[in-house]
Design a protein around this ligand. Structure first.
Ligand code: GLV
Ligand code: MN
Ligand code: MN
Length: 428
């Protein structure tokens, strides 16, 4: 394996201290937090050191261009970027997330540029088009609530007014936060010109479940790399329970309208209803009682529901069922409830031709690399509606993600860079 591919481990080591979260463990790097902005700065610096031309577009997406040399362009620089090959991922994280979800794809993309630049310098690579590395903001939706917000805005798959009005936990709107970062809210939204620059998009990502970590997959010689086949359909809903805020000591148990109790019953129902639905996943990972005091019966509680299933109709029916039970729980506690859909993405089937090309290339590094479905959402899934996209996964021996235990062995990360570089070379 070449020295250049191993740059991925030093790149990851260089950001290992950025955004650590001592309270939750792992990393908390919400979009445009000091930590995420440090990572954006790190990315731009690393891109410059490779001679890449960087820019931030009107939706806050970072681009780093490895253009064709001036003498080899048959058109202007801007025109030559149409239909380029793009790779990359994101640098934001969930609260208390792992080190690899997002940054591994960015670091691997930079290391793959190293490999390809070395091959070109050695006369072993003859490119026909530019390669760009892209970094998408708010992939996790952990600050403004809608996952893959940057790629959704680029692709025009979220109404702009809705995106601009999204609020973070401090009440700051996306428009205000974007303006504070030097973006013009009037120019946020669908960007057909930027989209036209993506001929194909390939995202390398840490594998986030047990796709490559069964006993069989952890044995010697088992593939550390896979190619993406599908992304499970998924959505987010908010259920708000309204009750009567009151005193924990003076309010008799028989006199309470406690939204916490209605929410607790709902959480149990979510698991019970999802378990009888094969292939469904339903999660309540976040609740916010208002005002949130130990000696205060809450007046309101917001509960966020994440539901995933291969078929949109099943997802809809499951959410409907959960909602019916939530209303019942609210009623029996003397509360009311309201339901708001925050996002919904259907199951994605990655472009079969691109998946075949990726598989052929990846198998030069990992001969038995399988095609793997995933239950995790990605910018590649959003962009798949507009351009051919594909994904490469790197083994995660812990089988855990969105948590500090998420892990990638250095050797596997280097294999991932080789697989990505080969895949990009075939497509360039
Ligand atoms: C993002 O990683 C998601 O699947 O929610
Ligand atoms: Mn991710
Ligand atoms: Mn994630």
């Amino acid at each position: 394996m070449t020295e250049t591919a191993s740059a991925v481990t030093s790149l990851m080591a260089a950001i290992a201290d950025v955004g650590t979260d001592p309270r939750r463990g792992g990393y908390s790097r919400p979009v445009w937090s000091p930590a995420e902005k440090d990572l954006r700065g790190w990315f731009l610096q690393e891109a410059h050191s490779r001679g890449l031309d960087t820019e931030e577009d009107r939706n806050g997406i970072l681009w780093a261009w490895w253009d064709l040399p001036a003498g080899r362009r048959v058109t202007s620089l801007e025109a030559s970027r149409q239909g380029a090959l793009v790779t990359g991922s994101h640098l934001d994280s969930v609260p208390g997330g792992g080190a690899y979800d997002g940054p591994l794809g960015v670091a691997s993309a930079l290391a793959a540029v190293d490999v390809l630049q070395a091959r070109e310098a050695a006369g072993a690579l003859d490119r026909r088009r530019p390669l760009a590395v892209a970094v998408f903001p708010e992939e996790e939706g952990s600050r403004f609530g809608v996952a893959c917000l940057g790629s959704r805005l680029l692709a025009g798959t979220i109404p702009v007014e809705r995106a601009l009005g999204l609020r973070d936990a401090a009440g700051i709107t996306f428009a205000e936060a974007a303006r504070a970062e030097g973006l013009d809210p009037a120019h946020i939204g669908p960007d057909p010109a930027a989209l036209a620059r993506i001929g194909q998009f390939v995202e390398l990502h840490v594998e986030q479940g047990r796709g490559l970590n069964t006993d069989e997959h952890l044995s010697a010689g088992a593939p550390a790399i896979a190619v993406g086949s599908t992304i499970l359909g998924h959505g987010r809903w908010r259920i708000s329970f309204h009750g009567q805020g009151n005193h924990a000591g003076t309010t008799l148990m028989s006199d309470r309208c406690d939204p916490m109790v209605a929410a607790a019953e709902t959480v149990i129902d979510v698991r019970r209803l999802a378990r009888v639905q094969p292939e469904a996943r339903a999660t309540v990972g976040r609740v916010e009682p208002v005002p949130g005091g130990t000696n205060v019966i809450a007046s309101r509680l917001d509960l966020w529901l994440d539901v995933r299933h291969p078929e949109d109709e099943v997802t809809a029916a499951l959410v409907e069922d959960i909602w019916r039970h939530a209303q019942q729980a609210a009623l029996s506690e003397g509360c009311t409830a309201e339901l708001t859909e925050e996002s919904l993405s259907g199951t994605v089937h990655f472009d079969p031709q691109l998946a075949a090309s990726l598989t052929e290339a990846v198998r030069r590094t990992a001969p038995a690399a399988p095609l793997l479905p995933t239950g995790a959402g990605h910018d590649a899934g959003v962009l798949a509606a507009k351009v051919p996209t594909g994904m490469i996964y790197v083994r995660n021996p812990s089988g855990v993600s969105h948590a500090p235990e998420e892990h990638v062995e250095d050797g596997d990360a280097v294999l991932g860079v080789h697989a990505l570089a080969d895949a990009l070379e075939d497509l360039l």
